[in-house]
Design a protein. Sequence first.
Length: 500
Amino acid sequence: MTAPELPTSLYTSEQVKQLDALAIEQANIAGIVLMKRAGRAAFELLLEQWPQVESVVVLCGAGNNGGDGYVIAALAAQKKLNVHAVAIADPAGLSGDALKAYNYAQQEGVTVIAGSELNTVQIDASTVIVDSLFGTGLSREVEGDYSRAIAWANNSAAPVLGVDLPSGLCGNTGKVWGDAIKCAATITFIGVKRGLLTGRGPAFTGDVYFDDLGVPASIYDAIKPEVTRTSRLALMPSLPEREADAHKGQFGYVLVVGGDVGMGGAAAMAGEAAARTGAGLTGIATQPIHVAPILARCPELMVIGVASGQAIEPVLAKPTVVVLGPGLGRDSWSEQMLQQATLTDLPLVMDADALNLLAEGRVVRKTQRDNWVLTPHPGEAARLLDCSVAEIQADRFAAARAIQTKYGGVVVLKGAGTIIAGADQLVVANVGNPGMATGGMGDVLSGVIGALIAQGLTLFEAAQLGVCAHGDAADLAVQEAGVRGVMATDLIPFIRELLN
């Protein structure tokens, strides 16, 4: 089953705790009522996802997330399922609503065993594991009995339902605290935690579901999220309709600059993607050796051989937007192309080696500008910030914001849960799939974004819509032929279809 569309607003774990407290204080919803609603929503999802379930193993921690687990165990017992609640934290230490939930499970006859007995639990084809170890409060490496419980769950053959978020995953950033439970599905409550959708989050959540637990809409007015979720359908109205008397001059001229010797394919892919996305005219300025092969592949492209910075100067007088970097390389020719393009006032889409040369600080005179889109993958982002890839991935939100602050414009931090940062906006696009882990995907994306800018979208709109159309196209490509062997050019027909 495909997970339903998630809300737009994304929250930190601390903000969700505030919303929870406001629901209790201002909307007069008792904490145990919210807990029972969460347990009910999770248990209903469990039955929906695994209708053949006969046995449920609930891993329960010490806090309210453990309380959710005891509620789920109680509901499973009411349903006459074979249920074990595994108390990884000693129930004697429970208090408040979590203790009430534990007593509820006891009342329903749930078998509660200690975490030390976990290896005695039998798993079969009808078993589902429920992960209620940690909620949103985890802020350190997982260790001890919790680490052993996570390893047990991950080594079992049973599917896991994550309650609120997979235990071991940071709800704020999507980093993993040493280890995390790999869930087949996750249901999150009150507010969608932003770490579920980026970083390592997508590798551990499975499909993500949401339930607001009946919290009134007015409660949400008190907490403003710093991050929102973007989608193709929400952005499509920004792409103008075409009048019956339209002509190509109305839809801009995209010039792709790149394709050093041996890398002409990257420039060709970016150019073809720009043309298929709807640019009125698309040109490629590349090494002369690539002119004939690119024209043979796609005669609609205007391919210009430029052997030096002096040769490209007149070419740069005509475009609406320049896509700079696909196959650019890092030699003297590459530097001349980059230098001349960045001397113009044209909007720029910067990708690949354009970003690497920018990070080196040797060619680009003005390293901060408002009218460019930078599209780094984590390795390029690390070079732009002079840090490690691990530091980028540990907090992708902070990394995207830092790049935008340092260089200006719009930043597209690619990867699982792509993040788009504008001057005062931060959005996540939870699109795409592992089939995109192949060469050329970034070249296609840069061409798409360039063409959307040429058609009149703002840089921030173009970056968002480009990322979403690109990722959604990859999903269609995978549906058609599977996740392995997807090529970047496979996406182009689907991108055209989705943008129409």
